[in-house]
Design a binder for this molecule. Structure first.
Ligand code: ADP
Ligand code: MG
Length: 387
């Protein structure tokens, strides 16, 4: 019999620490259906949680140490709760310990909480653009919030995860990933306004419509992603400054002609991606409501072209995955995630899943690319307590 995720993380906890955990929490990775790099421009995103999750087991300590371990690494990293600080930890443990620090920034009285042991086990592939990082942050945030009795709501816990990632890990990412991981529901996606943080859960109806979302993970790791991400963010900020707006959220489609006349070509194309992508998110939500998921394909395709040509965050492997899916009957396909590698998603009728999997692998082989990993993702429930 195969172990459940709760059993796996509990067993790992006992092996590391020699005592029993008091609870297990989990949080999912995510696929962004549409709305890429719009989050830090105060715009719109439309992600859903996937069925791959990070689980964290938590046990009580008599002292004030916080210790963290993971199936991912062969070490236990420990820190005194009084020593939590943005630069106190680096590497994989920064995600979990960064969350503990960030909870303090959102009002938790860390001087009066007890120490904990944490053990993490995750099924979210790392660096595939599916946000293994937010899965860790969100599961740890929910676990510590509940164990320490902090009572923070989920939108706040999303900000906690983002702050940990920005200040402790040092990645200038927006609120998209943590919101998806914390706010999602089964068979639905989260329509999030990243300015107001208003979130609406919108049914996708994939099962009823006989549709699947296939992930084609190129296995091209986004090693330069942090630098590329920061450069795109800087371009967006420069564009907003020149255009005299607080953020690119305030630039309308009608303003693009004027933008073209005052921005250099590269900055203009970065701006055009954000402005048109925001519109595509709104159009996707409307189309989904009026006509169902089967009608959103052209918006997914257009989003990919914009990321490829205007925002320039795709790589040849991701482009090939998208083109192959489209050529073999996908309703729509696009890169998902921050870019510079990672995964493509294809919206397909169920019967075509094996065809597109096979064709993608054949196309990669023909180009001499490493074999992609393909799997169907199920829009799933957000972070929760499991035991
Ligand atoms: P992703 O797109 O998967 O979020 P990131 O670079 O943002 O990629 O985050 C990946 C990092 O998250 C890993 O390098 C590691 O530091 C951390 N991480 C992911 N999964 C785990 C895990 N199971 N245990 C510990 N750390 C993890
Ligand atoms: Mg990440």
């Amino acid at each position: 019999m195969t172990e459940t995720p709760v059993e796996t993380v509990t067993r790992g906890f006992i092996e590391r620490y020699g005592h029993e955990p008091v609870g297990v929490w989990s949080a999912p990775g995510r696929v962004n259906l549409i709305g890429e790099h719009t989050d830090y421009n105060d715009g719109f995103v439309f992600p859903f949680a996937i069925d791959q999750r990070a689980s964290v087991a938590l046990g009580i300590r008599a002292d004030r140490l916080i210790r963290v371990s993971s199936t991912f690494a062969d070490e236990v990293v420990e820190l005194h709760l009084d020593d939590l600080a943005p630069d106190a930890v680096e590497g994989w443990a920064a995600y979990a310990l960064g969350v503990a620090w960030a909870l303090g920034e959102f009002g938790a009285d860390l001087a009066h909480v007890g120490g904990v042991d944490l053990h993490i086990s995750s099924t979210v592939p790392v660096g595939a653009g599916l946000s293994s990082s937010a899965a860790i942050e969100s599961s740890v945030a929910l676990a510590l919030d509940e164990h320490w009795g902090l009572g923070l709501d989920r939108p706040t816990l999303a900000k906690v995860g983002q702050l940990a990632e920005n200040r402790v890990v040092g990645a200038p990412t927006g609120i998209l990933d943590q919101s998806a991981s914390l706010l999602s529901h089964a068979d639905a996606a989260v329509f999030l306004d990243c300015r107001s943080l208003d979130a609406e859960v919108i049914p996708l109806g994939l099962v009823g419509d006989g549709l699947s979302i296939l992930v084609i993970d190129t296995n091209v790791s986004h090693a330069h992603a942090t630098g590329g991400y920061a450069a795109r963010r800087a371009s967006c900020e420069a564009g907003a400054r020149t255009l005299g707006v607080d953020s690119l959220r305030d630039v309308r489609l009608d303003d693009l002609d004027r933008a073209a006349s005052v921005l250099d070509d590269e900055t203009f194309r970065r701006v055009r991606h954000i402005v048109t992508e925001n519109q595509r998110v709104l159009d996707t939500v409307r189309t989904l409501r009026e006509h169902g998921a089967g009608a959103i394909g052209p918006l997914l395709d257009a989003s990919h072209v914009s990321m490829r040509d205007d925002f320039e965050i795709t790589v040849p492997e991701v482009d090939l995955a998208v083109e192959t899916a489209q050529a073999h009957g996908a309703i729509g396909a696009r890169m998902t995630g921050g870019g510079f590698g990672g995964s493509a998603i294809a919206l397909v009728i169920d019967a075509l899943v094996p065809v597109i999997e096979r064709e993608a692998k054949a196309a990669f082989a023909a180009q001499g690319y490493r074999e992609p990993t393909t799997f169907v993702v199920t829009p799933s429930e957000g972070a929760r307590r499991d035991a």
